[in-house]
Design a protein around this ligand. Structure first.
Ligand SMILES: [Zn+2]
Length: 169
């Protein structure tokens, strides 16, 4: 069961998922067996605890308070951004791959401004901030073409070497 890691709220320790007679998703109070509709948040559960089992709610709030005090790291989705920053080397590698993807597939430069594309990048690496379209044209593309040119020089050098070999033979 992954429930504990996915749902941080303590309220879930007192409820379980339960399908309502109308087929909708609901929760059932472990304490009294009452069915509640589930609206995507714990508000119904908390409301139930408040009116039916105030002592549980009190206990819950107490433990949550204690945990908050002892917790050094933030939990929840925000904690992702609390991770160590992306090393510049990694960021450069991603940018290089991004530029290669755009140039090799001859994609429009506005791709880097596409919300869906940015969402993909954020999903893969939330700490990465892609270059703007301007940065792409003014910095990244010229740099990419420069490295491309220098890597294309390698085969020439090799053929020069081969020629030398021929001469020597
Ligand atoms: Zn109850």
């Amino acid at each position: 069961m992954q429930r504990k890691s996915q749902r941080k709220s303590k309220a879930w320790s007192y409820f379980e998922e339960h399908q309502l007679p109308n087929g909708k998703k609901g929760t059932r109070c472990k304490k009294c067996g009452d069915d509640l509709s589930y609206t995507g948040s714990t508000s119904n559960m908390l409301g139930h605890l408040e009116s039916k089992h105030p002592e549980i709610l009190k206990e819950m709030e107490k433990t949550q308070e204690e945990e908050k005090l002892s917790q050094t790291q933030l939990s929840g989705p925000r904690s992702m951004f609390k991770l160590t920053p992306l090393p510049p080397a990694t960021s450069n590698v991603i940018t290089k791959a991004l530029v290669k993807y755009i140039t090799a597939d001859m994609l429009p430069l506005r791709t880097v401004e596409s919300e869906n594309f940015l969402s993909l990048l954020r999903t893969l690496e939330p700490r990465y901030s892609p270059p703007s379209r301007t940065a792409l044209t003014q910095t990244e593309l010229p740099r990419y073409y420069t490295t491309q040119r220098s890597s294309q020089r390698a085969p020439c050098q090799r053929s020069e070497q081969r020629q030398e070999l021929h001469i020597q033979l």
